[in-house]
Design a protein. Structure first.
Length: 351
């Protein structure tokens, strides 16, 4: 079959990447979707069980730290476009060991830019390199204001510094070589298939198992939460209709303190599990704060809304209920990802 586009999605076995792959495979049968993933602890092909046999889907187990391997994938699949999500994504892990974040997020991104520049060197016309980034590159807000696309970069963790660096390289390839890039900077995602080291799935899993709920510091830090499928729809819109060379912020105007969010989850799950009122709140433990903990993130997504007509589809309360229901009906998924190496890491941080 002659495909209209042959899109390389990196990190497609991870949390957000799997939602992006599923959307593209199902919505665009005339596109070939090549999922490239190293399958680190965070990459899980079970996340894509439902698309594995599709005629427009391929998988390549490849490390973006290898330029040679990337060039070979570009050549074998005649890649026309890239949506780049592969990354080390967990802030706490970056504090424990920053180097892997440099190797994957910085060097890996530059490798991918080089592979695209080389594969498309005849003409950059009709190609797109979409880099998926984060609001954390902008640093930390006080009690007011929002991140816009014009906010100066001020990363403060090794993770956000590595993502900021990758964004700078992506922009440099646009200005220096004319590579047709687009960047999206999104706020915190939540939803199904979210690895339980991040706040929401960790709390759901621990509430379920009646284990301690570790809230960093006093729980007053604020995050701006967006349903993962709304992030995937934003990526779809920006990839197809965003302006080359530009950045777009993605977010849902949905700020919660960590403590309010944990309380909400406790109460929701107590109702669903038939536990007595307040039972899960008893599990909350205030633990040592994250080093350099950013106080508040809040995204102004008006550029994306006004220029490209995107808006979130779900209210947070609905999205959280769907998410909790997904975890309650997929105990085997939780079981598989919380065994082995993950357990050792978990104990190191929380015991
Ligand atoms: P994730 O950790 O769930 O998934 C990352 C994926 O990348 C995994 O499948 C992993 O195997 C793969 N990967 C890691 N190193 C690799 C390498 N060297 N080569 C190839 N594959 C590799 O991450 P996520 O939460 O789905 O985030 C995806 C992207 O979105 C990241 O770039 C992240 O910075 C960005 N982002 C995440 C959020 C969020 O809330 N999770 C918000 C905004 C932006
Ligand atoms: O803003 C986008 C970013 O959101 C993404 O770029 C990152 O990849 C993603 O991991 C996420 O980063 P955060 O650090 O905001 O997410 P995390 O789930 O690790 O933490 C959310 C908040 O909850 C943060 O203030 C720290 C706090 N926290 C986290 C954990 C895991 C706790 O209080 N207890 C916990 O056990």
């Amino acid at each position: 079959m002659e495909f209209e586009k042959r899109i390389l999605v990196t990190g497609g076995a991870g949390f957000i990447g799997s939602h992006v792959v599923r959307r593209l495979v199902n919505f665009y049968p005339k596109y070939l979707i090549v999922n490239l993933d190293k399958l680190t602890y965070a990459g899980n092909l079970e996340n894509l069980d439902d698309v594995l046999g599709h005629p427009n889907y391929r998988f390549e187990k490849t490390d973006i730290q290898s330029l040679e391997a990337l060039k070979s994938v570009f050549e074998r699949h005649a890649i026309t476009d890239v949506i780049h999500l592969a990354a080390e994504s967990h802030v706490d892990r970056s504090i424990d060991g920053p180097l892997e974040f440099v190797f994957t997020n910085v060097v890996g991104t530059v490798n991918l830019l080089e592979a695209a520049r080389s594969a498309w060197s005849g003409s950059f016309e009709n190609h797109v390199f979409h880099h998926v980034s984060t609001d954390e590159v902008y640093g930390s807000l006080g009690s007011s204001g929002f991140f816009t696309e014009a906010t100066p970069y001020d990363p403060r963790s090794p993770y956000s510094a590595s993502k900021a660096s990758s964004d700078h390289f992506v922009n440099a390839y646009f200005h220096t070589y004319g590579l047709p890039i687009k960047i999206s900077n999104c706020s915190n995602n939540y939803g199904s298939h979210h690895f339980p080291e991040k706040l929401i799935p960790l709390m759901i899993n621990n509430i379920l198992k009646e284990q301690a709920l570790p809230v960093y510091g006093n729980g007053s830090n604020i995050r701006d939460w967006l349903w993962v499928e709304d992030h995937a729809s934003a990526i779809d819109v920006i990839f197809h209709r965003g302006k080359v060379g530009e950045s777009y912020n993605v977010g849902g105007l949905n700020e919660w303190t960590n403590l309010d969010l944990v309380h909400y989850l406790c109460d929701l799950m107590d109702r669903k599990l038939g536990r007595s009122e307040g039972a899960s709140r008893e599990l909350i433990r205030f633990v040592k704060d994250r080093a350099g903990h950013d106080q508040r993130y809040a995204i102004d997504a008006s550029k994306l809304t006004q220029e490209l007509g995107w808006s979130p589809s779900l209210r947070f309360e609905e999205g959280l209920e769907k998410t909790v229901d997904w975890y309650l009906s997929h105990p085997e998924w939780i079981e598989h990802v919380t065994s082995g190496a993950y357990q050792a890491y978990y104990q190191k941080f929380y015991q």
